[in-house]
Design a protein around this ligand. Structure first.
Ligand SMILES: [Zn+2]
Ligand SMILES: [Zn+2]
Length: 433
């Protein structure tokens, strides 16, 4: 990468490693060396967040690299489900099949063994177990204000346009929250589509980047990720419950010991299946992310999609600012405190956007380099951000296919205004997650 960092060199501070001048003159940001990368990542994370998450992150990096190479030659056509993801789906159905079998066995025991007393009791236990293990339909996410088509027709129209470009249909509801993220999911038995729009991210994006964000999220619907994700995710939940329930207890009596011995093999089986499902789905999930990035480019242009991935890297900075705003507003009590909170709410999103636009080029460059070093991913199932960026940069350049001009942007902003105020209040009063 050719970056003209020399221009920003202060001329005073020199690198203790290689003697070249350091970048960064702004005391808000880290001083680092663009030549030898001295101090580029002054505070690397101390440890990984847990065993399964650490394994997943390592695998995510490995798969991410393999996939990026393997997919480099592919076009934007839909992914065919590969063998691992079909196997995962089969295993998930098997897990749900066990739950169903328990329910059926329970019913039969109750119905056919009615006179025996013992059998109905056993049947009732099986029915309760099956009930606990059943796939659960979630309601609409409760993170913040919910918008339906009637509340925000222009926003839904924009989402429809992006959906059409990515080859799918729009959503039934939009949930607005404070997160530095966006997500799609389905809720209820009718599997209605919902888009969760995090204002922490949305508010710092340009129109083109917003199109890319919507394109990425709707791309997950287009690729069937949400549908498959549900069955597999519920199977994993069911397996986790098995593992927990069958966990060995401290042996006080001979019965405890007997239980521990009998539970050992089923527990190993459940745990093994859980790990297997996790591994099988990880690769598919990563492929899905690369595909969704291509949808992002189709909606908001390749440049927009790449710029969006650069934006993702300022997450920490935005989240720190939000926390600071919340703490500052809560410091004063009484009437003065209320005035302070109201003042903080009013310009919150503008201040965040202003802060992000004040981040100098050398800091963006440092964040990019840190992301390469750490293998930064949006979470532990996403491929590393720098690989997604590279993959996009290598794909055939796409123009933006959806119009998001000033008039439309203003209309959408007006529709989002009430939710914006509500979510700003959640942030300032510390109610946002
Ligand atoms: Zn140096
Ligand atoms: Zn995604």
């Amino acid at each position: 990468m050719e970056h003209d960092l020399a221009v920003q060199v202060s001329g005073r501070q020199l690198c203790p490693e290689c003697g070249h001048a350091l970048v960064a003159t702004d005391e808000r940001f880290t001083s680092w060396c663009a030549d030898c990368e001295w101090n580029v990542d002054p505070a690397p994370p101390a440890s990984e967040p847990g065993r399964l998450a650490a394994v997943r992150r390592r695998l995510a990096r490995r798969h991410g690299e393999e996939l990026a190479a393997a997919m480099a030659g592919e076009g934007t056509n839909r992914p065919r489900r590969d063998a691992p993801s079909l196997l995962a789906l089969g295993l998930a159905l098997l897990v749900h099949g066990v739950t169903l079998a328990l329910a059926v066995a329970g019913l039969l025991l109750v119905a056919l063994g009615w006179e025996t007393v013992v059998q109905p009791i056993g049947g009732a236990v099986l029915l309760v177990v099956a009930f606990v293990l059943r796939p659960r339909m979630h309601g609409i996410p409760q993170a913040g204000p919910v918008l339906y088509r009637a509340d925000a027709p222009r926003l839904f129209e924009l989402i429809d346009d992006v959906a059409a470009v990515t080859g799918t249909a729009g959503v039934h509801a939009v949930v607005v929250d404070a997160d530095f993220n966006a997500a799609v999911t389905a809720y209820g038995w009718r599997r209605r589509r919902v888009l969760v729009l995090g204002l922490g991210l949305w508010e710092i994006l340009t129109p083109r980047e917003r199109l890319a964000l919507l394109g990425h999220e709707l791309g997950h619907f287009a690729n069937g990720d949400v549908r498959h994700g549900f069955l597999i995710c519920q199977a994993m939940r069911s397996l986790s419950l098995w593992v927990e329930t069958l966990a060995p207890s401290r042996a006080h009596t001979v019965w405890d010991t007997l239980f521990n011995i009998m539970a050992y093999l089923p527990r190993c089986a459940a745990y093994g299946l859980l790990v297997l499902l996790d591994h099988l789905t990880l690769r598919a999930a990563q492929r899905a992310e690369y595909q969704a990035d291509l949808s992002a480019a189709r909606a908001g242009s390749t440049e927009g999609a790449v710029a969006l991935l650069d934006r993702v890297l300022v997450a920490d900075s935005v989240q720190t600012l939000m926390r600071r705003e919340a703490v500052a507003a809560q410091m004063t009590g009484g009437a003065a405190g209320r005035a302070a909170r109201e003042a903080a709410e009013r310009g919150l999103w503008e201040r965040i956007a202003e802060h992000v636009s004040s981040i100098p080029a050398h800091e963006h460059e440092r964040l990019r380099r840190v992301s390469v070093r750490r293998g930064h991913g949006v979470d532990d199932t996403h491929p590393p951000t720098h690989l997604r960026r590279e993959r996009l940069a290598l794909s055939e350049p796409q123009p933006a296919r959806v119009d998001f001009g000033d008039e439309r942007a203003a209309a959408v902003a007006t529709e989002l205004a009430p939710a914006r105020t509500t979510v700003a209040r959640q942030v300032v009063t510390g109610l946002a997650r």
